[in-house]
Design a protein around this ligand. Structure first.
Ligand code: AMP
Length: 381
């Protein structure tokens, strides 16, 4: 067990690291963070920041030497850096989980071997491969880079045959490995954040219903507006994954609830997740506290939901409206800002958890704030 009072090193100084450090400080842990940006969101609340590139081996070594345990807030950690950290420090999440979740093909093969349903896909290397794959998968389909994609970057939806050549050309420009995947007609997108600690104890947070605008998470609604059986199935899938991958720490499982009522896994993230921010005030234990408990080998906290909640993201374009209206927020709305120096369109600047007697009431409160329902905002959807 890593005792409270020990130092936790975080690779990455963004908002996920910041909220991890805020939760961990309450528990008595100290924090050191490695990030290339001076005064990073996490650096502002940590004991110490090492300002250096993520590929700087010496900086990674320094982080490891200062830390009793090391974790990360993003999955695209360089393999050599991960190896360096593992040599000089305790990295309970291990590098295997990173290796799998960094690469869509490895991730999908692992899920399939674990008996977890996913969208049908094929690896492609040429336009001809893409043509052939689409004749099996059908249209629409979506080409994705195997590595490096997030918030819809590195994705090209193909709706008719004429779009195939251009989609391939654009995707090939990245120089990355490519896959094509059947486009799933979904009723809802769901996610389950689940924790497994050093001793193998596993606990899942309630499934969230995720609403994206322009491929970026906009809202998470909890409880998700799905049947009890569907919620149970989503949770079962998450348990299966945590077990099969021998996860330590958190893993977020993003899923599609299809129009046929099936649940397919889309993607995994081996860290706290934007769709788990609702847990900060709405659950007995937040995802950030749970992550720290898991990697430090403490017993996991109770993940039960205390109240219905809707989490809504504050992107750069929302920030001025939020500041103007901060006094009008209901007194059960919990504002979190990440301390980013520069506000840009589409950049995640903060979020608000609207706690309410029902999710309908929370959605109504959000609507009344008139922050997220500007016409230009709707057009992005
Ligand atoms: P990803 O980067 O794979 O999480 O994809 C980002 C978003 O694109 C998802 O949350 C979905 O809204 C959408 N998307 C990705 N893959 C598919 C798919 N196969 N079918 C339908 N929508 C998809």
């Amino acid at each position: 067990m890593v005792q409270p009072g020990s130092t936790i090193g975080i690779l990455g100084g963004g908002q996920l690291g910041r909220m991890m450090a805020l939760a961990g400080r309450n528990m008595g842990y100290r924090f050191v963070v490695l990030d290339p940006t001076e005064d990073s969101p996490c650096g502002q609340v940590a004991d110490n920041q090492i300002t250096a590139s993520f590929s700087d081996m010496e900086a990674a070594r320094q982080l490891a030497l200062l830390s009793d345990v090391v974790t990360y807030e993003f999955e695209n950690v360089d393999a050599q850096i991960a190896a360096q950290l593992e040599r000089d420090s305790f990295v309970p999440q291990g590098s295997e989980l990173l290796r799998i979740t960094q690469h869509r093909v490895r991730e999908k093969s692992t899920l399939t071997s674990a008996g977890v349903p996913i969208a049908p896909f094929q690896v492609i290397q040429s336009e001809k491969d893409l043509q052939k794959a689409i004749s099996v998968l059908g249209l629409p389909s979506v080409v994705k880079t195997a590595t490096g994609g997030y918030d819809g970057k590195g994705q090209w939806v193909i709706r008719n045959e004429k779009q195939i050549p251009l989609a391939f050309q654009e995707a090939a420009k990245t120089g990355l490995e490519l896959i094509v995947e059947q486009f799933i007609l979904f009723e809802k997108e769901l996610s389950v954040v689940i924790a497994r600690n050093l001793q193998g104890e596993v606990k899942a947070f309630p499934a969230g219903e995720n609403i994206h605008i322009g491929n970026i998470l906009h809202q998470t609604v909890v409880p998700a507006r799905i049947s009890k059986e569907q919620a149970k199935r989503a949770e079962e899938i998450a348990f299966k994954i945590a077990d099969a991958l021998q996860v330590v720490g958190l893993i977020a499982v993003e899923m599609f609830l299809t129009t046929d009522g099936d649940i397919l896994v889309n993607e995994l993230a081996p860290r706290p997740h934007n769709s788990g921010h609702y847990t900060m005030e709405a659950c007995v234990t937040s995802q950030f506290e749970q992550h720290i408990r898991a990697i430090c080998g403490l017993p996991l906290g109770d993940p039960s939901l205390l109240t219905p909640v809707v989490m809504v993201n504050i992107l750069g374009e929302h920030l001025d409206f939020v500041m103007e209206k901060v006094q009008q927020l209901p007194n059960t709305a919990k504002l979190h800002l990440y301390g980013k120096a520069e506000s840009r369109e589409k950049r995640k600047m903060g979020h608000i958890n609207f706690l309410a007697p029902s999710v309908e009431k929370a959605l109504q409160q959000i609507d009344q704030m008139q922050i997220w329902n500007h016409p230009e905002e709707r057009n992005h959807g």
